[in-house]
Design a protein around this ligand. Structure first.
Ligand code: NDP
Length: 485
């Protein structure tokens, strides 16, 4: 079976597809060819209101179910997603341009992992009991209420599930707004949750541009906002949420360092640098785009990297042999090309790529710059495309300081066979996720999120429960009440 790219309607509210074509048109474009594969419509203010009202109505009964019951629904949704992995992956490939080789293993499967994991945790939610002599205190772990999720365009299914699964496990309901660039898959997540038994209104999807997101964030019925996006958007959303004293989770951008010492396995380090820069055509927030290679192995690293780049297979993303897709949009390609031009202008040495392949679609070559200096634009700003910058370094102290000299703090990687040095390095690195002798593995069991400007809060792992629930403290007196008069 193949899903049609044109969904039944643009929005999913209160358990049903809903359309209102008075909202601005949202063309959905297949990035590999530039063809329009669907047209959706932005939610009108009235539709946003309807989605929030549905979430509000559904929330008390959803929270009143036992964790076991909610968890069973989430785990059933995980099973349905796995059973439909191929159709969901094909849809994700058409929506994002990412090769099917990737989407088959990294998108619906990762979403299903989150539904399964938080489905399992739902039954374990609890407060604590604190004895105070004869009196005692207990805490109740309660839902926050109605939550808003806002997603970026690189991992649409994963982002929807990483937010919905813990939110729903804790008894919240959600209105989710995907990026308007990739609006299709979240609708499938909504369909599947309903089919798995989530009551209407528990998970709703509204489409739209930034202003729909802004309306959601500002609404006083909303208790929590979780955004995956860029730092500038994060600033706006965090400020808007702050004035309503709403809880937030901010998963934002990065400019992460990948540090390779002389004693590292060269082959593994090259593999990690490839994964950390070219997977999903470089459109990954945690990418290790600043690759620091110690002086002794730098030329060997660049030579091996150039050889390995011959293995790039760009082409039809639906062909499972293809391992490199286009950029998500023309706009994004132009942004990345601007950075490539700046890299050359500012004196970095272009050692691979840099060009635009012939033909339709938003293609760009995997690009590597060597001799990059810390103050160059490509060394400081998030590019969000397939552009690797390689830096030299001499000592551990020097590279640690340079690796941390950024406003971002999402991720970092260290390659070395010296265990003490690896642990010393990660202790010093200012990043929410660090990897030793690998890169970009983000299992749902492990907390994920940024330090510094890269974010607030954590997704995944048991700690996510803290970010999707609140405690109520109850003091119980067993004796008489004393008063001064
Ligand atoms: P954007 O910040 O442009 O957009 C993110 C989402 O926010 C979109 O749905 C967008 O809608 C919406 N939005 C924009 N303005 C507002 C507003 N004022 N109020 C509410 N919502 C708003 O990010 P991109 O989609 O371009 O994604 C790329 C960025 O995401 C990169 O910086 C990347 O690092 C980061 N990212 C972070 C991840 C993480 O987990 N840390 C993972 C993946 C990506 P619209 O698109 O319709 O404008």
């Amino acid at each position: 079976m193949t899903y049609p790219t044109q969904p039944e309607a643009s929005h999913f509210i209160d358990g049903a597809y809903v359309e209102d074509d008075s909202g601005a048109a949202i063309p959905v474009i297949y990035p590999a060819t530039g063809e329009t594969i669907a047209t959706l419509h932005s939610a009108t203010p009235a539709l946003v209101d309807r989605a929030l009202a549905a979430a509000r109505r559904a929330q008390p009964a959803w929270a009143a179910m036992t964790g076991t019951e909610r968890g069973r629904i989430l785990r059933r949704a995980a099973d349905i997603m796995r059973a439909r992995n191929r159709e969901l992956s094909e849809l994700e490939t058409k929506d994002t341009g990412k090769p099917l080789q990737e989407t088959l293993v990294a998108d619906a499967t990762s979403g299903a992992d989150a539904l399964e994991y938080f489905g399992g945790l739902a039954a374990t939610l609890s407060g604590e009991h604190i004895q105070m002599g004869e009196d005692f205190v207990y805490t109740r772990r309660e839902a926050l209420g109605v939550a808003v999720g806002i997603g970026a365009w690189n991992y649409p299914t994963q982002i929807a599930c990483w937010k919905a699964a813990p939110a729903l496990a804790c008894g919240n309901t959600m209105v989710f707004k995907p990026s308007e660039t990739t609006p299709l898959s979240a609708l499938k997540v909504a369909e599947i949750l309903l089919e798995a038994g989530a009551p209407p209104g528990v998970f709703n999807v509204v489409q739209g541009y930034g202003e729909v997101g802004a309306q959601l964030v500002e609404d006083e019925r909303v208790a929590k906002v979780s955004l995956t996006g860029s730092v500038p958007t994060g600033r706006k959303v965090y400020s808007a949420a702050a004035s309503g004293m709403k809880s937030v989770t901010m998963e934002l951008g990065g400019k992460s360092p990948l540090v390779i010492f002389d004693d590292a396995s060269l082959e593994d380090a090259v593999s990690a640098a490839i994964n950390a820069n070219f997977y999903s055509t470089g459109q990954v927030c945690s990418n290790g785009t600043r690759v620091f290679v110690q002086d002794g192995i730098r030329e060997a690293f660049l030579k091996r990297l150039s050889e390995r780049l011959k293995g790039v297979k760009a082409g039809d993303p639906l062909d499972e042999e293809t391992n490199f897709g286009p950029m998500v949009s023309e706009r994004q390609r132009e942004i990345v090309e601007g950075f490539i031009a700046k890299g050359s202008e500012e004196g970095a040495r272009l050692v691979a790529g840099g060009g635009r392949p012939e033909g339709a679609g938003f293609w760009i070559e995997p690009t590597v710059f060597a001799d990059v200096e810390d103050d160059m634009t490509i060394a400081r700003e998030e590019i969000f495309g397939p552009v690797m910058s390689v830096f030299g370094f001499a000592t551990e102290e020097e590279v640690l300081e340079r690796a941390n000299a950024t406003i971002y703090g999402l991720s970092a990687g260290v390659f070395t066979r010296d265990l003490a040095r690896a642990h010393r390095m990660v202790a010093g690195l200012q990043a929410g996720s660090c990897w030793i002798n690998t890169y970009n593995l983000t299992p749902v069991e492990a907390p994920f999120g940024g330090m510094k400007m890269s974010g607030v809060g954590r997704e995944n792992g048991q700690v996510a429960i803290e970010h999707w629930s609140q405690l109520k403290t109850v003091y119980v007196a067993m004796g008489a009440v004393e008063a001064p008069f």
